[in-house]
Design a protein around this ligand. Structure first.
Ligand code: FAD
Ligand code: EPU
Length: 310
């Protein structure tokens, strides 16, 4: 196990290689395996990276440290033991925040526990899924989440899920919190029933592209669908550089190979303007988090500040 304190110096990485969209410049990567690692890593301004599946990172990268939880926070291999641990006094099971959601969903189905089916196809870590309250119309993270453990203010704290402000693709974590573990309560079912529910989710996702992307670019406006609005404005196939509005699903921007963040931002802005002008009258807000863009670069986009004053 490599602790951050042993890393001399922490690695410099291109965030393009750690994000599903495959875009973004360099940052200093701090891999945390212990609470002591988190203490060391959080002494300077930082951001927290999960699976990088909901991020657009600037071509210049970010100047803050990027903290990623290491193997010690990945419990996917032990999850089959849920049966044995489910009778614990706090109910449910504690899992590390670096546990990959796809593996968790598969294993829950294999042992016949229900509650995570709606998250099939979401390529997140458990921590990122909690932070975004990831979901589909078949279910979201908040359905099973009971409690989290987080590193905040220099130590570990626990918080009930109902204090996390979870809503449609959002949470209100305390500033600077690094989620370390989450307690989930699943419902006993059977592998057959869970698989049948997952088949429905799979069918609903079949129209989504398989190319490199960060999932849906824009949130659905209340009572409407961003994908339908972008499609109706005739924007499928719109391209800037190597960034393309997917012909399969209009709310996905795909990287054809070597797209820059500047390409992607230009495309996002064109989509916003053209949907607004199309008469739909609905402003589209990004679902993605944007890292490393100067404030005002794209006024209607959502720049997310780093965890400490930078
Ligand atoms: P990241 O993208 O790495 O980070 C997202 C946010 O979470 C950042 O603010 C980050 O700082 C924070 N974060 C991550 N880990 C931690 C932690 N341990 N502690 C504190 N904060 C943390 N989303 C859906 O909701 N539904 C879908 O159906 C869906 N489909 C997708 C399909 C594809 C092909 C792709 C590429 C993405 C899809 N997404 C979907 C988007 C994405 O998977 C989710 O938003 C997911 O929750 C992001 O998790 P992550 O671990 O990748 O987080
Ligand atoms: N539509 C079009 N053209 C398109 C795409 C969609 O007309 O190009 C129409 C569809 O025909 C349908 C409606 O828009 O009538 C909704 O489309 P879809 O069923 O694909 O769902 P969505 O609202 O676009 C949402 C989530 C997805 C999630 C799916 C499955 C958002 C922004 N998107 O998509 O989440 O996987 O439902 O439940 O909430 C993500 O968040 O990254 C994501 C991929």
């Amino acid at each position: 196990m490599t602790a951050v304190l042993d890393q001399t110096p922490p690695q410099t990485v291109r965030l393009a290689s750690l994000t599903t969209l495959g875009v973004g410049g360099e940052a200093e990567l701090w891999t945390a395996e212990t609470t002591a690692d988190l203490e060391a890593a959080t002494r300077e301004p930082y951001r927290v990276l999960g699976a990088g599946s909901n991020l657009l990172v600037a071509d210049a990268g970010v100047s803050e440290r990027v903290i990623k939880l290491g193997h010690a926070y990945n419990d996917v291999r032990t999850f089959g033991a849920y049966n044995a641990t489910s009778s614990g006094s706090d109910g449910g099971v504690w899992l590390g925040a670096a546990t990959p959601l796809p593996g968790l969903v598969r294993r829950a189905a294999a042992v016949g526990w229900s509650g995570l089916e709606g998250l099939l196809g979401v390529p997140a870590t458990l921590g990122g899924a909690v932070a975004m309250n990831a979901g589909t119309r078949f279910g979201e993270m908040s359905d099973t989440l009971q409690e989290v453990e987080m590193f905040v203010n220099g130590g570990l704290e626990r918080l009930n899920a109902d204090a996390l402000g979870l809503g449609y693709r959002r949470s209100a974590l305390p500033p600077g919190a690094v989620l370390t573990r989450a307690r989930l309560a699943l419902t006993p079912s059977s592998p057959e029933r869970v698989q049948a529910a997952m088949a429905q989710v799979d069918a609903a996702r079949r129209g989504q592209p398989k190319n490199k992307s960060a999932g849906c670019a824009f949130k659905n406006p209340p009572g409407s669908s961003a994908g339908r609005l972008i499609d109706a404005a005739g924007l499928k196939g719109l391209r800037v550089g190597q960034a393309l509005v997917s012909p399969e699903h209009a709310n996905f921007i795909v990287n054809l190979g070597g797209a820059s963040a500047a390409d992607v931002v230009a495309l996002l802005e064109q989509i916003q303007q053209r949907v607004r002008r199309s008469g739909a009258g609905v402003p589209l807000a990004t679902e993605w988090e944007l890292w490393g863009f100067a404030p005002g670069t794209a006024a209607t986009l959502r720049e997310v500040p780093c965890a400490l004053p930078c």
